[in-house]
Design a protein around this ligand. Structure first.
Ligand code: ATP
Ligand code: MG
Length: 805
């Protein structure tokens, strides 16, 4: 299957085809959402195998989520058959873990090193901050960990940073960074950012290791290139390798006579193909930089760029809406996306009383789509800005019987019992893993208190050994109670027993054994707390995850055996192991994993945050919580650059929709148990009003008032009738004071204020000339958001010395 190159090229447009067959120089494909970038990438891989004599082992494809990687592997397997499964199609992190496992000696690591996720890093940083006696108010562990992460994303290691740190804050950070790294080394652990940074350093320090991967990977393909950070960019550069004199000649040789390129012969750089869309860059907060896409041609000389302009995903209405929103961002290259799928349906809008009403409406609308319009629940996605927003939808969906799944959220792997169980496994695989060992040392209780832990810690520093090693010698610790020594003895005995078992048995058996022998499971089973029954189920689920892992590895090994043209591959796991399982879990748990469909034909509604939605598409999309302070997120509202990132997120959300797009917001929404009055999201008026069919507008709430801003002038409907909506602070205050803004509004006196609508030009006595971006409220409560060039602000019009021009 798929061995016919012409077949592969059919169903692609001319530019897509050019991108698939392009050879000999680095290739950048830039294009808007839904233009087939990912499709080009998969077809290119299949084409390399079918038409250019490339073997699966020579290809490394990088995507952003495990889900995307899984899909790409399946799609390629669909095109070329099971041998496609032997390719490295993975996230940056997984690719690095595989390299580090294979090269652990060069990297100075044990092969069983632990991988710390964000929560583990924070715990470790907490230990560090306490040890350094840093004031937790000025230097919260969370913030130290985030800053260290940023430095690593920039490939700034602890000694470099220490050398350049100035001022008390930076010096404190430098100290924390150094001590944190030391602790990681002692624990034989790497945090997520280390995975990339360590691999980069490995390739830079050991030319023979770099050479090995360089020889191996002749094709490197990267999806979502706009979201790469500096460290990832350097990693790609290292893998591609430097350009020798005549790269294209050598590539010809590689293609026609690979045997001439035995070890020792010089090799040209690997062929690099990246795809991306600067307008969809939404991970700046993790150090992603669109510089990488903007300067691709400078980074990789003789690179070629291909633009794709036809969108195959969405209706013209949805595309127009997306284009109009993203067009407001500065410093972007204009794009000319078009679709020939016709205008389609209008966007449907709804203004709800509160978040329950919003969820209620969404649920009813989904019902209607399924009953009357032939959609399946699986066709529908509900997006929101933050995970916490999912709960209300869940409540109502359960009540309405709408089948759904939540992607992300309080994820399976973040639950306490799952983390505890994994900590046990990690401590078995790697006894030096201090964060894991300390997590479960006294869980269930074994009489080992904080004091005993401190004594062991002191012994560890004195003897310069790991915490785990010090546990084995707990009897020598000064000041430790005999009860604690006994508890520690029990613990180390159990762990040693299970560790022995782990050498031969598959991870699911190891997990069951440790849950039983440690008494962890028994404690939950005997508890009468109803939550603990759920915890037991989650642990059962974890055992199933381990079993699935084992089966998957066995299947892959069998597929590998069947694949005759590929020799044995040391970097591909052949037997299930505890380390391999933990590695999979660590990587999956961090990324935005999407559970597989439950196999039912009609499937379930998918709920997820906008960040998770990237790269996906759904026939029907609900964009919910379209409120200033929710989306755009409150945190980003004061900063132009962050606001632009939120706008890109809106662009991502809108462009996920194929046929139907819904937008909704709630006039009040509770936060911290108090109702908040949120103004309409500033992104809503950026959508062309003629494309929206409002099923219910804010008029439902403001009909009791007279006059007001922009009344009847445009589709720009007035915001909630709140006296207190001029900014998040006062909203929170209104909530705290328990005021009903409607009453406050009714009591206040109407006065003449300028009637403004978005786009109007104004002059403000102090701020000068400006342009109205959005308006909110009416009468004395009318406010306008005005862009004065250097700053954008909300102004209460009643008080403002302002004239309409
Ligand atoms: P995003 O920027 O959101 O990641 P993308 O550019 O990667 O989008 P794809 O997901 O590859 O776009 O493609 C969007 C949709 O259009 C998919 O359903 C894909 O199968 C379809 N598509 C792409 N190219 C073609 C084509 N030439 N003919 C038919 N359908 C196509
Ligand atoms: Mg894509």
């Amino acid at each position: 299957p798929g061995s016919d190159p012409d077949e592969l090229l059919r169903g692609l447009n001319a530019q897509q085809r050019a991108a698939v067959v392009h050879a000999g120089s680095p290739l950048l494909i830039v294009a808007g959402a839904g233009s087939g970038k990912t499709r080009v990438l998969t077809h290119r891989i299949a084409y390399l195998l079918a038409a250019r004599d490339v073997t699966p082992g020579q290809i490394m494809a990088i995507t952003f989520t495990n889900k995307a990687a899984g899909e790409m592997r399946e799609r390629v397997a669909g095109l070329v058959g099971p041998r496609g499964r032997r390719m490295w199609v993975s996230t940056f992190h997984s690719a690095c873990v595989r390299i580090l496992r294979a090269e652990h000696e060069h990297a100075g690591l044990k092969s069983t090193f632990s991988i710390y996720d964000a929560d583990d890093s924070r715990r470790l940083m907490q230990l560090v901050a306490r040890e350094l006696d840093l004031d937790p108010k000025r230097y919260p562990a969370r913030s130290l960990a985030a800053q260290v992460s940023n430095l690593k994303n920039e490939l700034v290691d602890e000694s470099t940073f220490t050398a350049r740190a100035s001022g008390p804050a930076e010096r404190a950070l430098a100290e924390a960074y150094s001590s944190y790294q030391q602790r990681l080394r002692q624990a034989h652990a790497l945090d997520f950012d280390d995975l990339i940074m360590t691999t980069v350093r490995l390739l830079q320090t050991f030319p023979d290791v770099a050479e090995h991967y360089h020889r191996r990977f002749r094709h490197i393909l990267v999806d979502e290139y706009q979201d790469t950070n500096h460290a990832q960019y350097v990693l790609i550069k290292e893998l591609v390798g430097r350009s020798p004199e005549a790269p294209s000649d050598l590539d010809d040789v590689a293609a026609s006579a690979p045997e001439l390129l035995a070890d020792g012969a010089p090799l040209g750089p690997a062929e690099l193909c990246v795809v991306g869309d600067a307008d969809q860059s939404i991970y700046a907060f993790r150090g992603a930089t669109i510089r990488n896409i903007m300067e691709f041609e400078r980074d990789f000389p003789d690179a070629e760029t291909i633009l794709l302009e036809q969108n195959y995903r969405s209706t013209q209405t949805i595309l127009n809406a997306a284009n109009r929103v993203i067009e407001r961002n500065s410093e972007r290259k204009p794009k000319n996306l078009w679709s020939d799928s016709g205008p389609g349906e209008k966007i449907v809008g709804y203004v709800a009383d509160n978040e329950h009403d919003e969820a209620d409406w969404v649920a009813k609308e989904i019902d209607r789509l399924v009953d009357d319009e032939g959609y399946k629940p699986a066709d529908v996605a509900v997006f929101y800005r933050t995970n916490a927003q999912s709960r209300v939808f869940e409540d109502i969906f359960i009540r309405f019987g709408v089948p759904y799944k939540v992607v992300g959220g309080v994820r399976f792997y973040e639950r306490k019992e799952v983390r505890d169980a994994l900590a046990y496994l990690r401590a078995i695989a790697n006894p030096d893993d201090v964060v894991s060992v300390r997590r479960i040392l006294n869980t269930p209780r074994r009489g080992i208190g904080e004091r005993a832990e401190a004594c062991v810690d002191a012994l560890a520093s004195k003897e310069n050994i790991s915490f785990g090693a010090a546990l084995e010698r707990a009897g020598e610790a000064v000041g430790i109670s005999s009860r604690a020594v006994k508890g520690i003895g029990d613990f180390t005995t159990i762990m040693a027993e299970v560790r022995q078992m782990a050498a031969t048995e598959p991870p699911e058996d190891v997990l069951e054994a440790v849950l039983a022998r440690s008494g962890y499971l028994a404690e939950l089973e005997e508890s009468d707390d109803p939550q603990d029954a759920g915890r037991v189920e989650n642990l059962q689920e974890l055992v199933s995850v381990a079993r699935e892992y084992t089966e998957r590895i066995q299947r892959a090994a069998a597929a590998g055996d069947a694949d005759e043209d590929a020799g044995p591959d040391p970097e591909i796991e052949e037997t299930p192991s505890l380390a391999g399982f933990l590695e999979q879990v660590a990587l999956v748990a961090d990324a935005d994993e999407i559970p597989d469909d439950d196999g039912e034909q009609s499937g379930v509604v998918t709920m997820m945050t906008l960040h998770t939605a990237k790269g996906l598409e759904f026939p029907v999309v609900f964009l919910t919580g379209m409120e200033d302070g929710v989306f755009p997120h409150m945190r980003s509202m004061g900063d132009k650059r962050e606001l632009e990132e939120e706008r890109r997120l809106a662009y991502v959300g809108i462009t996920r929709a194929r046929q139907r797009l819904y937008i909704s917001r709630a006039v009040t929404r509770s936060a911290w148990g108090q109702p908040q009055y949120n103004p309409e999201s500033r992104f809503v008026p950026e959508l062309p009003s003629e494309l929206i069919d409002w099923k219910r507008t804010a008029d439902a709430y403001t009909s009791w008032t007279r006059g007001g801003v922009g009344r009847g002038e445009s589709a720009q409907y007035r915001g909630p009738s709140s006296a207190l909506t001029n900014g998040p602070k006062s909203q929170a205050l209104a909530g705290k004071l328990g005021l009903d803004p409607k009453l406050v509004g009714a009591a206040s006196e109407m006065r003449q204020v300028p009637s403004l609508s978005p786009g109007d030009r104004v002059n403000h006595d102090r701020h000068g000339l400006g342009r109205v971006v959005a308006v909110q409220g009416s009468g004395p409560r009318a406010q306008a958001q005005i862009d004065f060039g250097d700053q954008t602000m909300w102004i209460v019009l009643r008080h403002a010395p302002i004239q309409k021009l």
